[in-house]
Design a protein. Sequence first.
Length: 578
Amino acid sequence: MATRDSRRLPTPPPGVLTGLRRGVVLVLLTLVAFVGGVATTQLWPVHTETGYFAADVSVAPRLDSTVELPMVVGDVVMTFDGPLPAPGLRAQVSVREEVTDLLRSGRLDASSLQPSPEELREAIDHGVREVGWKFATGALVTSLLVLLTYAVARPHHLGRVVAAATTATAVALAAPGAAAYLTYRVDNVAEFRATSLLSLVQTNTGLLDSLTANASHGAVYVTNLLALSDALREEFTPGAVEVPVAARFLLVSDLHGMNQFPLMRQIVASEGIDAVIDAGDLLNFGQPREGALTDLYAGIESLGVPYIFVRGNHDAVSAEDEAVLRRLSRIPNVLLLEPTAGELVRVEVNGVSVSGFNDVRYYNQRGADFGEEQAEAARRFREATEGTVPTDLVVTHQPYAADRVEATGATVNGHMHAPDLERGHIQVGSFTGGGLVNQFRLPPLTEEAQEAAEEDPDTAGELQGHPYSFDILNVGQDCSIMSLTRYSYRNLVSGRPQYDDVRLVNGRTIQPDPPQDRICGPELGVVTSPLLPVATTDSAVSTDDATQTVSIPPPSGRPEDLDLSTEGPDEVVVTIAP
């Protein structure tokens, strides 16, 4: 027994064990205080702003002395070189409405978008100071809550609890607080990086000049493309016979503030378009004056044909905001399918009926249940239209909502910036590639697109993303979908479009069961009316007084189209190498 006892390790003095326990508790409380401080700043971020940007700043759980500012027009990443590694900061940036003033001159300028040193200094100093106070408050409250829970069981330890919480908070603040105070100074900025549109503007200052002129150049190009596709359609569509077209629609979506109406006007004229259907996201930031500053409203009016519109998530700044809709309603040829919430309109173009509903989302929306919102919007539309005569086309912005409503011909949506197609559903790509603000935040290029950019030094500076695309939907005299022709191309911003794709889709693949006993044609004109349930014999309600004939004559002199019968091919694809 004596030998076994002699091998035992010496027992530390009671004071040492107590000190170790208190040290472990202090470390744990320090971690709890730090996590509590971080969580507090993330739940209740600090608001700071410069002339054109506003930011909600929070602490990130990392020590890299980096401030990240993700934003819709490009990300700004600032790395600081201080004496101590500081906790990272993340600022959720939004564009203030004043940024649209930059469009007055027809261009965006990097020196205007990039905050001045004075603005940065004031914004950073204010943000760091407020974040520090909020972090300290969160750390102290979190520590107290943990220890007060302990004190409930041992009330006689209340004094120790307060002392431990204060000490833990002080330790949690001391090192990171001192590091942040010494590091996050404008003089310590080691690197300033701008990505996406901001980077594009800095490296291609001439790219944004004369966008309207470039659109006009592109109009000539696309006109030739349209003529080529007509010739190829006749050549490669066996058994096709010429029949009159009752209505021809230009389907567009997601212009995102780019004035490409010279190009759209050319398409309308050369293809004999009866009406344009826009599936939303006309603007970027939901501000009506953005469209005024870039002459979008004048461009829409210049088309000379009905412009059927539903609001997208970039066309409002709140769920109740209808300012853009009110501005569009003042344009003579604009027909809103939902002018105000719950008020649905039925539009008939040459006998082809169109209805739809606005997106319930809005610019810079956060924390929403996207899927549930869209399902609810679709449910409200179904309930509102129950008992009405179904329309040939139903238009909305979001595909998730479009998939949950029915049309006798097809539903039409945008939002995804990429065309897609399946039975009964047409997803329209972006007419402007997503616009200047959005088209450069995209997945990697395809191998073909990358090679095209490398081979052409004049266009290699333009970051390429989603192609510019639009659809032309032809409806026959029996009111059925005859064909859908899909066009896509790139590099319109630089004025040198290339990388083309033309697809001719048989209408029967979209609408396999054409309507019966109906006649459509130009003689029926354009008519709008409230979308109300069908009146029964017992009902005294009549919608005849609310019906309005729109005095926008359809363009004349359009070429006859070709009937793609069920015996023809499902799709003709023509790819033209750049």
